[in-house]
Ligand binder design. Sequence first.
Ligand SMILES: Cc1cc2nc3c(=O)[nH]c(=O)nc-3n(C[C@H](O)[C@H](O)[C@H](O)COP(=O)(O)OP(=O)(O)OC[C@H]3O[C@@H](n4cnc5c(N)ncnc54)[C@H](O)[C@@H]3O)c2cc1C
Ligand code: FES
Length: 351
Amino acid sequence: MSYELTIEPLGQTIEVEEGQTILDASLRAGIWLPHACCHGLCATCKVQVLDGEVDHGEASSFALMDFERTEGKTLACCARLESDVTIEAEIEEEPDAESIPVKDFPGTVKRIEQLTPTIKGIFVELDEAIHFQAGQYINLDIPGLGISRAFSLANVPSTGREIELNVRIVPGGTGTGYLHEKLAEGDRVKLSGPYGRFFVRKSANVPLLFMAGGSGLSSPRSMILDLLAEGSTLPITLVYGQRSRAELYYHDEFLALAETHPNFTYVPALSDEPADSAWQGFRGYVHEAAKAHFDNDFRGRKAYLCGPPMMIDACISTLMQGRLFENDIYTEKFFSAADAQQVRSPLFKRV
Ligand SMILES: Cc1cc2nc3c(=O)[nH]c(=O)nc-3n(C[C@H](O)[C@H](O)[C@H](O)COP(=O)(O)OP(=O)(O)OC[C@H]3O[C@@H](n4cnc5c(N)ncnc54)[C@H](O)[C@@H]3O)c2cc1C
Ligand code: FES
C-alpha cells in the first residue's frame, strides 16, 4: 500500500510507502527537506499540509503545538500519510548541493583502528560504492540493537567502496559503546545515506575556515582532503581542538599537508594538556585559537563548524564578534539524544 505525496513549490510527486515518513520518502527520492533531529523534537522539518490526511506520529507537543496541528502543519520526520497528500515546504536553493537519493548500503567491517584513547577509526567496505558530497554523514544501524546512529564520513568521496568513520565513545552510550566494545573486523553492517547539507560552498570562491572539535574532525578532514586533491588554491585554515596531545589524531597528516600545500594552514589547539608537557602549540579552546590566529577578524570567509553543540555555539559567538555572520557559517552539530531535546536557537539554522 502506498500513497502519493506532492511537494510544493517543487511540484514533484513521489510514492510514500505505508508507515514511511514524509522525510524518509523525500530524501530517498533525492528531494531535500530541512531537518535536524529526525525525532520530532526540534521542529526544523515543519511543513504545511495543503491537502490530504496525515498521522503526526511521535511529534512532540512542543515541536508541533496543538494550534499548529489545527492549522494543518506537521513534522516531516514523523508524519505518515493516510491519503494522497500535498505539502508545502521551505526549500532553499543551494547552487552547490548535489541531489543524491538516500539509499541503504550493506557492507563489511574491514579494519578498526584505535585513533586515540577515545576515538576508533572504523573502515567499512560497502557492497556498492556510496556517492556523497564531502562533509555528509550516514546513519549506521547498530547490529542487533534496533537503533541507528549518525556518523560523518571521514574519507574523501573518491575512495571507492571503502568508507571511514571516526567514532568517539560516549560514556554510557548504547551505540558508540557497542561500536567500541563489540564490533569486530569481518562483521556485516548496514547503513543509509548520504545525509546532510554540510558541504563546501565551492561556488562562493572565498577563503575557507574549518573549526572542529573531537571526532568532529571527520567531516572537515573529508572536505579539506577533497579540496586539496582537486587542486583548490583558495586559502584553507583548519583550527582543530582536542583535550590533550594523546587525543590529537591525524596530526602528522595535517602537518604534512601544511608543508606541501602553501594555501593550507593547520592550527591545533589543546584545552587540557599538562602545563609541563612538550606541547608548543596553542593552549585553549577552538574558538580562542581561531580568534588569536585571525586577530578577531573573520570577514570575507566561509566557516564550517563541526563537533559537539557547545563547541559550535562558542565558535559561532566568536565568529560573530569577528564580523562573520549567519549566511557565511555552516554547522554540523553532533547532536545526541539529550541535545535534541533542547530548543534550537531561532537565530540559527542548521545545515
Ligand atoms: C549529523 C551527526 C553526525 C555525527 N557524526 C559523528 C562522528 O563522525 N563521530 C562521532 O563520534 N559522533 C558523531 N555524531 C554523534 C553520534 O551520533 C553520537 O555520539 C551518538 O548518537 C551517541 O550515541 P550513543 O548510542 O552512544 O549514545 P546514547 O545511548 O544515545 O546516549 C547515552 C547518553 O550519553 C549522552 N550523549 C550522547 N551523545 C553524546 C555526546 N556526543 N556527548 C556527550 N554526551 C552524549 C546522551 O545524552 C545520553 O545521556 C554525529 C551526530 C550527528 C547528529
Ligand atoms: S527533524 Fe523533525 S522535528 Fe527535528
